[in-house]
Design a protein around this ligand. Structure first.
Ligand SMILES: Cc1cc2nc3c(=O)[nH]c(=O)nc-3n(C[C@H](O)[C@H](O)[C@H](O)COP(=O)(O)O)c2cc1C
Length: 261
């Protein structure tokens, strides 16, 4: 907690403060009451125009999680977790609603002068993606509040062809976020979170040399306390993430997902 954090005595802020990603799960099952609380909280998240432009795929089948563990960059914890939720950016449901309500019919177009059927574009993607991720984060906080741990799995956007098939995803959908959830196997120490160069006053301020040095020093102190040279954390991210095979696959696969949009 930074020195600037006011000493609020507030249950929501306490949950946010104590949350950290859970990657090892106890054998205890997730109760129906816990599932209900998490899913309900997700649907209480803000949503552009209250259009709820997302779907949540509730995955309980072991076989599906086993397959996702492989498809999401071979992460066995996905198979070990008792529960997974995939947050799908979803405009398919609105296209179906427009169709169902007759908005694409000739008579409607003539009467209203509105343009004929069009597919969703990047504008719809921008707001629907926010809807989906905000719902996911509400689920994360609710999970923590009811005694469950969670971890995002960014690799869900990989292998578009297989994931699309496995989850039966139609056009105008993108599975942008996945959470694995369950009772944590052990106490989780809070993960340090850097704060340098995040909040900018009034206008964007590109980091100068002094800011970059401060950022590097902060990250090395948090993640590489025994660093021999300054910048080990940055080099680590460059080699393990920025230039990784999984990032290459994510890029390829996201292009497929956007073609599907
Ligand atoms: C978009 C996103 C994708 C992530 N993907 C993965 C993942 O595939 N595997 C994993 O172990 N952790 C994943 N994480 C968890 C982060 O590594 C974790 O949030 C970060 O290290 C900070 O730690 P904390 O959540 O404990 O505070 C992801 C987090 C986010 C927000």
């Amino acid at each position: 907690m930074s020195d600037m954090t006011p000493a609020w005595n507030n249950a929501v802020l306490d949950v946010i403060e104590r949350r950290s990603s859970t990657r090892r799960f106890a054998p205890e099952p997730v109760s129906d009451a816990q599932r209900e609380a998490v899913l309900h909280a997700a649907t209480r998240a803000p949503s552009a125009g209250a259009m709820m432009m997302y779907s949540i795929i509730d995955i309980r089948e072991q076989a599906t999680r086993d397959r996702l563990a492989e498809l999401c960059d071979h992460q066995p914890m996905i198979a070990q977790a008792p529960w997974a939720l995939v947050f799908v950016v979803d405009y398919c449901k609105w296209i179906d609603l427009f169709e169902h309500a007759g908005c694409f019919g000739e008579a409607f177009v003539e009467r209203t002068g509105k343009q004929p059927r069009r597919a969703p574009g990047l504008g719809e993607f921008a707001i629907a993606a926010q809807d989906a991720v905000i719902a996911a984060q509400n689920a994360v906080i609710a999970a923590e509040a009811v005694g469950l741990g969670s971890c995002y799995i960014g690799d869900i956007v990989e292998n578009a062809e297989e994931v699309g098939e496995l989850l039966g995803l139609p056009e105008h959908t993108v599975p942008l976020s996945m959470l694995i959830l369950g009772v944590p196997a052990k106490e989780r120490p809070a993960t340090p979170h850097p704060v340098e160069n995040i909040v900018m006053s009034e206008r964007y301020r590109r980091a100068d040399e002094a800011t970059l040095d401060a950022q590097i020093a902060e990250m090395d102190a948090m993640f590489r306390p025994h660093a021999q040279e300054a910048g080990e954390r940055v080099v680590d991210i460059y080699t393990r993430k920025h230039t990784s095979d999984f990032m290459k696959e994510m890029g390829r696969s996201m292009e497929r997902w956007l073609e599907n949009w």
